[in-house]
Design a protein around this ligand. Structure first.
Ligand SMILES: Nc1ncnc2c1ncn2[C@@H]1O[C@H](COP(=O)(O)OP(=O)(O)OP(=O)(O)O)[C@@H](O)[C@H]1O
Length: 892
């Protein structure tokens, strides 16, 4: 699986869940995949046909989307095609049924009209999977219901025993159930990943829709354009889209436009030009939605509050799908909130109307939020977010402008109460502002003591204050169909009871931009504007390297034009950045870069290597940066731990702790879990992982669970008294604060023979290794590991030793040394005189699924010189016959 991943996609490792999903599909299991936009769902159905050497049929909602995906897959050397009315290749149909394609796309309409004989022939040719992309379209509860999707279940009858997978980025439980039932899935494997798009910055600003505001917006977009960052500006109406588009053109910014009132041809052209970087700014309505596969969109701007939080998540999710930091700004006007009736007109039943209204209100609340936007978004989708401050949204990054609003809050709440609490916001606000409208006079609200007391503030200011009070439960909003009423809630009543007209207790509230007022002169994209983003984009690149990167972008553009494809399909921005950082001089070095696949190397490798050489010279940059990647440190043959016995949840917990460096707390509350687990459970998982041979950073582990030297000795004393068979008696003998985790860890440490000094004197691993795994931690020691009997004595020795250097615990009582574990590796036959050749290396590598290091190769092929072996390896790597992962060579 990993060599397929490298060969076709150029990636060195699977993202979370991908591998497991592919395995289930290959096992013939139906699957439902609910994972964030840009999380890599496509790969889950693209890898199986390359392994099974059969066809995957993908149902996709839009022809443009299928065309883009086919284009990108072809650039990876994958045989892909689509069937639709737009297909001009007449042989596509017969090629498809005879199994010529690895991946075959079609719309649901097409899938339903294809004859049974087509499917029967395809079954004979070999079909390994039917994938339904954007599967939420199946459900009437989804936000993009498509009636043709509902028919897809019929394919079950013609494709018995073919696994089905449904994939979507947004699906509530109701929608998930609908997908499973509609596709007649049998006991499907369900994966629900986190919705958190960590590389996205979220921000919201109030827009007064004045021409000054639009001018500012255009200025900001022109900055994006100048940095060649692809940007989508989503407008809620065609009129807005045309207006912004016109302003951009008047300002000399090349842009495209896309909306439902354009002809198909004009839309297709606009779409095509955008994904090919012929212009960088696309102004669009939501008609330009799901169909966008361009991974390097850096900014998504919403000009107007979206109709639902689901669509906001989908549309903003087009941003930064390649994982590079990107921004999502939303500019709302209060008038946007009056569109409920319009959106609800799409509803066919009362339930649907209610659902539309609820998600529209959720989008409005998102606009008004003064707390973490990420938290709000994630929790809306049912995911628990364990942090109060995400650090990557406007509310978490800008200093909160809180002020005492007690008098204003008192006036507003008292006025709402006095008006009877069964109106929307407009009426009480009008009363405060001294309106003498017929409605107010008829109801005699002009006689209220509050009448006219708030006239110095605009109506929208009062409404924004009301939103703050609603979000803090002082006011309560109730919906009757599309109409809202606002009344004072119990918390608000308490506040009013503590007030007199002359005195109110302090009430500090943040001021959203709408309350701050005049937008002129403010940076409308906020503090983390485009300039703030530039360093992120070129993070880690010096000035010359950034220049180099820009030149590579030009080169990629030339190649794309020559090939008639989109630049991103040639290779991603991140891959270009890696090339700019390392400036490889050989095919092997280029092949080793993450994102470089075999097809790319064969088709464009030589041309690119020439450009790299030329550009490096021009910018006076040395070739072959990062020499570390080419000179792996010598180490022994080893394999990854045998974790097959571990349940995936346990292995995943271990991976998060050991590899990703997460705390117990974060793992226990990791977003994406159906429900948080106990930290104690996480600790138990890690101990089990350790027992199964997964390497553990014991220094960190003991620190994290508070297992000090003193405690270690205490537990040891008790164990020697009561034995180690049962935990309870040990726990009873120890002070109350000693935890079961500490006892279990002590016992495991003993059982496993963790002992630094018990191993060969030549290997001291006293330094603490944090974060990413150090492969050395898997290295067997030369003494063949440790035995339990010996270890018990060794630890006793250590605890009793006066020599602090030899203790596993430092002077402060914390554990100092790292354990070195025995991990069984394949038996390696060693010979002193083996000579290396391409074929002998390939043959030898067949023994090691998990790869071997350069030093292993040097040791084994001791009949050849190091330079000769390195040359051979480079050739093999350049030919994509082998690849390197974590500096271990493996067969492709
Ligand atoms: N294992 C991986 N390593 C590195 N990049 C990956 C990996 N898997 C996928 N990607 C990249 O992530 C990006 C998004 O992947 P993909 O298009 O599959 O997302 P998706 O989940 O289908 O998103 P959407 O819901 O928006 O369609 C692509 O540029 C893809 O090449």
């Amino acid at each position: 699986m990993e060599s397929i991943l490298k060969q076709y996609f150029g990636f060195s490792k699977f993202r979370p869940y991908q591998k497991e999903i592919v395995e289930k599909i290959l096992d013939g299991k139906d699957s439902l995949v609910v994972m964030a936009t840009g999380s890599g769902k496509s790969l889950c159905y693209q890898v199986p046909p390359l392994i099974a050497k059969k066809t995957t049929v993908v149902i996709s909602p839009l022809i443009s989307l299928m065309q883009d995906q086919v284009m990108a897959l072809k650039q990876r050397g994958i045989r892909a095609e689509y069937l639709s009315s737009a297909q001009t290749d007449r042989s596509a149909h017969s090629n498809a049924e005879s199994g010529q394609y690895n991946i075959l796309y079609m719309t649901p309409e097409k899938a339903c009209v294809l004859t049974t004989s087509f499917w029967s022939r395809l079954l004979i040719s070999g079909i390994c999977l039917l994938a339904v992309d954007e599967a939420h379209c199946i459900s009437e509860w989804g936000h993009d219901f498509r009636v043709e999707y509902k028919q897809l279940g019929r394919l079950r009858d013609v494709l018995p025993n073919v696994p089905f997978v449904g994939l979507t980025a947004t699906a509530t439980e109701k929608v998930r159930i609908d997908i499973i039932n509609s596709l007649k899935m049998k006991n499907p494997h369900i994966t629900i990943g986190s919705f958190d798009r960590q590389n996205l910055f979220y921000g919201v600003k109030y827009s007064d829709r004045s021409s000054a505001f639009v001018d500012e917006l255009v200025k900001e977009i022109s900055k994006y354009r100048n940095s060649r960052s692809s940007t989508i500006v989503y407008c809620t109406t065609v009129k807005d889209a045309e207006q912004i588009f016109k302003f951009l053109l008047e300002d000399g910014i090349e842009a495209g436009i896309y909306h439902g009132q354009m002809s198909n041809k004009a839309r297709e052209e606009s779409h095509r030009a955008f994904i090919r970087d012929e212009f960088y700014v696309m102004v669009a309505t939501i008609a330009f939605g799901m169909g966008i596969d361009k991974p390097n969109i850096r900014h998504v701007i919403h000009y107007g509050c979206p109709k639902s939080l689901e669509s906001y998540y989908q549309e903003s999710g087009r941003c930064g799908r390649d994982g590079i930091p990107s921004t999502c700004w939303l500019y709302y006007a209060r008038s946007d909130f009056g569109k409920a009736d319009f959106y609800c007109s799409e509803a066919r039943t009362a339930d649907q109307r209610k659902a539309i209204m609820e998600s529209f209100v959720a989008a409005q609340r998102y606009c008004m939020l003064t707390t973490c936007r990420r938290k709000y978004l994630l929790e809306y989708f049912g995911e628990k977010y364990g942090f109060v401050n995400c650090g990557t949204c406007d509310n978490c990054t800008s200093s909160k402008n809180e002020s005492d609003m007690s008098r204003e809050a008192f006036l507003l709440m008292a006025c709402i109460k006095a008006c009877g609490g069964h109106w929307g916001l407009n009426l009480p606000v009008d009363v405060l502002r001294g309106s003498r409208s017929k409605k107010i006079i008829d109801a005699q609200f002009d006689k209220l003591p509050f009448h006219g007391l708030g006239k110095e503030m605009p109506a929208n200011w009062w409404k924004a204050l009301a939103d703050q009070l609603i979000s803090r439960d002082y006011l309560i909003e109730t919906f009757r169909d599309v109409y809202k009423t606002v009344r004072v809630g119990p918390k608000g009543v308490d506040f009013l009871n503590s007030c007199t007209p002359d005195h109110q207790p302090p009430l500090y509230l943040p001021s959203p931009t709408e309350m701050v007022g005049d937008m002129k002169g403010t940076d409308i994209v906020g503090e983390a504007g485009v300039d703030g983003l530039a360093p992120i984009k070129f993070e880690g690149l010096c000035q010359e390297e950034a220049q180099f990167y820009k030149m590579l972008v030009e080169e990629r553009m030339k190649i794309a034009k020559k090939t008639g494809t989109a630049p991103y399909a040639i290779c991603g921005d991140l891959t270009l950045k890696r090339i700019a950082l390392t400036r490889p001089s050989t095919r092997a070095r280029l092949a080793n870069i993450d994102g470089v696949n075999q097809h790319f190397l064969i088709t464009h490798g030589d041309c690119l290597l020439q450009s790299i050489q030329h550009l490096s010279k021009e910018l006076n940059l040395a070739l072959d940066g990062e020499p570390n990647t080419q000179t792996p440190t010598p180490r022994k043959v080893s394999t990854v731990p045998n974790n097959k016995k571990l349940l995936p949840a346990k292995f995943e917990a271990w991976r998060m702790w050991q590899e990703d460096g997460l705390t117990f707390h974060k793992i226990a509350n990791f977003p994406g879990r159906a429900a948080p687990i106990k930290e104690q459970t996480v600790i138990d998982y890690l101990l089990e992982a350790a027992r199964e041979g997964c390497p553990i950073d014991w220094t960190r582990f003991c620190e994290d669970i508070g297992l000090t030297r003193q405690l270690f000795t205490n537990i040891q004393d008790v164990v020697s008294k009561v034995g180690k068979e049962k935990l309870k008696p040990i726990k009873t003998e120890l002070p109350e604060e000693v935890t079961y985790s500490q006892i279990k860890a002590y016992l495991l440490v003993q059982e496993m023979g963790i002992s630094v000094e018990g191993t060969s004197s030549g290997h001291h691993h006293g330094s603490r290794v944090e974060g990413r795994p150090n492969h050395e931690s898997l290295v067997d020691n030369e003494n063949g590991g440790s035995s339990p009997g010996k270890s018990e004595a060794a630890i006793s020795d250590l605890i009793g030793s006066a020599n602090a250097e030899r203790l596993p615990f430092g002077a402060d009582g914390s554990l100092k040394s790292r354990k070195r574990q025995k991990v069984d590796g394949p038996q390696v036959e060693r010979s002193a005189t083996v000579e290396a050749s391409e074929s002998s290396i390939l043959r030898w590598l067949e023994n090691f699924d998990d790869g071997v290091s350069l030093s292993d190769l040097l040791e084994h092929f001791s009949g050849s010189k190091e330079e000769a072996i390195v040359d051979l390896l480079n050739n093999l790597e350049g030919e994509f016959l082998i690849f390197r992962k974590n500096n271990l060579y493996r067969l492709m």
